[in-house]
Structure formats: structure tokens, C-alpha cells
Design a protein around this ligand. Sequence first.
Ligand code: HEC
Length: 105
Amino acid sequence: MKIIAFVVLTSVVPTSVAMAEDFSPSSTQILYKEQCSECHGANGVSPIDRYPNVAGQKKGYLQTEMLAFKSGSRPGTIMPSIAEGLTEKEIEELSLYMAKMKCAP
Ligand code: HEC
């Protein structure tokens, strides 16, 4: 009798998570997932018709618009209150993250 047991050990293998101190893609990913993906889609393509896609947009544009929501110079229905709770650094990192998303639907 033969017992075949495939044990997947990938979760046990230690992975190197060396990242630069001043830029943390993983925390930005988590921030996006928790605070933005519901409206703008996990991949930056919004599942809701009246919310904009953000995937693949220019980083500089995204950053400028988010800062404008934060300062109040760009009005909005939802974003001013969301941007208010973000730091300028988080806005910059989120902008870079969204700019790097592939804009395929
Ligand atoms: C509850 C829904 C909702 C959530 C959550 C949300 N957004 Fe938005 N977002 C909107 C809407 C609606 C707009 C259009 C402006 C407005 O009415 O506030 C918008 C606009 C934007 C824009 C401007 C897009 C453009 O083309 O000018 C950016 C950038 C953006 N959101 C990024 C984010 C980020 C980053 C987060 C997470 C920190 C986030 N949004 C969370 C609904 C949402």
C-alpha cells in the first residue's frame, strides 16, 4: 500500500522581505486594498459606473488631484474626506501604486 502525501511547504519557507525603509509597497498595497479598492477596484478598474478608474493613470496627475482633494481646492462627493485622512507621503505612494496598475478591465 502506498500513501502519497504531498505537503506544500511554501508557507513555511522564510521569504526575504528586505525593503527600503522610506518606501513600503506592501503597506501601500494594504492601504489601497482596505481604503480604496471597494470603489476603485482591486486592480484599479472601478466596478461601479459612477466611480473613476485609476489604473495606469499618470502618477503626477493622481498625486496632484489627491492633494487638491486634501486641500479642498478640488471639490468632490467622497474624495475630500478620504484624502483628508491620508498623509502627503501616503498620497505619493498610493499615486505611484495606482500608476503602475495595468489598466485592462
Ligand atoms: C466610497 C467610494 C470611494 C472610496 C472608498 C475611494 N474613492 Fe477615490 N473617488 C471616488 C469618487 C466618487 C471620485 C470622484 C470625485 C468625488 O466625487 O469625490 C473619486 C476620485 C478619485 C481620484 C481622482 C480620479 C480622477 O481621474 O481625477 C483619485 C486619484 C482617487 N479617487 C483615489 C482614491 C484612493 C487612493 C482611495 C483610497 C485611499 C480612494 N480613492 C477611495 C470614490 C471613492
